[in-house]
Design a protein around this ligand. Structure first.
Ligand SMILES: Cc1ncc(COP(=O)(O)O)c(C=O)c1O
Length: 396
């Protein structure tokens, strides 16, 4: 299937479908703002692959949605996906389930730390990472990524200093990183994980974006870095929800290879009562991992082309705009500080360009003047957004 055929078949109109991104605009951006072009919430305008829809349709025809178990076939299919793509076969006894990766982070915080303990994030980062720590009465500790000319890197020395000074107990790693767009290299991961190991910091690695990687970059799960050297201090969270546009099916994975940590988690989970799976989440995930490879290839091509278009056209048409790197995720930042006064960014983007985006300051201090775009969408929307920004830029 070529790109045009793919777009024709899979792009969906989402207004009027209770979509947070499209039908929740006024609630988030203010009264009278429901006609903004929505480029914020991290889901896609693409229908998921046929196999997922078929599997869910088939299951729903049975008509019974009682309590479910996870069949052995599920573990096999998931493990194969992880082994074939990331050299990380998953043993059945390592796997637990949650109703979302952020929920998974919250559970890990409660299972493995105490109120007042320090949890570290690398900013700018997906804002629920901030909230989940503070709302759990833990101490939020931030280490800034180094930003230069559209590219983010880890400052390992600063991270170690932060860990030591704050007696950090848990590190919430985002890999690939939203919104820095980085797919961390094995060397970078090795360095940051070595710091954690040295100072007894437990690592919760949110790898929800693992499958969305571009142009020669290679995603490496934290648990397999340097031959699995850090497996014992890593809890991995992932799901098929970002990859296959299944967020609302609230089904995700918690992978704990360390038996002692698993014991601690299981004791915590016994107080939660309900950690069994959502049947539709399980059915959809299994079908996606079994049959979704070709669909995913097409989606990545569309997103990659959207990024190339955004970068080339916006940087040329709006002098000073810098489209940051997107090695992974579909959520690049755009640094507008050289063409729009930082404090006027919202006025420019929302009032003049009529776009709904995520603003840099939501992700970290010092990022006012950045906006994050969601590129998992119809190329026509990207074109419209870029055109509006160029025209409004020319209007001064
Ligand atoms: C890094 C990261 N983690 C988690 C999520 C949300 O995952 P969930 O809906 O499973 O909580 C997102 C969504 O954008 C994300 O970017």
């Amino acid at each position: 299937m070529n790109k045009q055929e793919f777009l024709q078949k899979y792009v969906a109109e989402r207004h009027g479908t209770d979509s947070m991104k499209w039908d929740g605009l006024e609630e988030k951006f203010g009264k009278g703002e429901k006609d903004l072009l929505a480029m914020w919430v991290a889901d896609m305008e693409f229908k998921t692959c046929d196999a997922v829809v078929e599997a869910m349709t088939e299951r729903s025809k049975h008509g019974v949605f009682g309590y479910s178990i996870v069949p052995d076939a599920y573990y096999t299919v998931f493990s194969q996906w992880m082994e074939q793509r990331y050299n990380f076969p998953i043993k059945k006894e390592w796997l637990r389930f949650s109703t979302g990766c952020v929920t998974g982070i919250a559970w890990m915080i409660h299972a493995f730390t105490d109120p007042g303990d320090a949890c570290m994030i690398l900013t700018p980062v997906y804002y629920p990472f901030h909230n989940v720590v503070t709302n759990s009465s833990r101490k939020l500790v931030k280490a800034d990524l180094h930003y230069q000319d559209g590219y983010f890197t880890m400052d390992i020395e600063a991270i170690e200093k932060t860990v030591v000074e704050n007696q950090v107990k848990m590190f919430l790693l985002c890999s690939p990183h939203n919104p820095a767009g980085r797919v961390w290299t094995e060397e970078e991961l090795d360095q940051v994980l070595a710091v954690c190991k040295k100072h007894n910091v437990l690592v919760v690695s949110d790898e929800i974006h693992q499958d969305i990687v571009f142009k020669g970059n290679r995603f490496i799960p934290a648990a397999v870095v340097s031959g699995g050297k850090y497996q014992d201090i890593v809890v991995t969270l992932n799901s098929a929800t970002k990859t296959f546009n299944l967020a609302t099916l609230i089904h995700s994975h918690i992978i704990i290879t360390n038996e002692k940590l698993r014991g601690i988690y299981d004791r915590f989970a016994s107080a939660l009562n309900r950690t069994e799976v959502s049947i539709m989440g399980m059915v959809a995930t299994m079908a996606a991992y079994q049959h979704g490879g070709e669909w995913l290839k097409n989606v990545l091509e569309v997103i990659g082309d959207n990024y190339d278009y955004l970068k080339e056209t916006l940087e040329k048409g709006l002098p000073g705009a810098k489209v940051c790197c997107m090695e992974g995720t579909y959520l690049p930042m755009v640094d507008l500080r050289k063409c729009v006064k930082a404090e006027k960014t919202q006025e420019f983007i929302q009032k003049r360009c009529r776009l709904a985006v995520d603003y840099g300051e939501w992700f970290g201090d010092g990022y006012q003047g950045f906006v994050r775009f969601n590129l998992a969408t119809d190329p026509l929307y990207i074109r419209q957004a870029v055109e509006r920004m160029i025209i409004e830029g020319k209007n001064g």
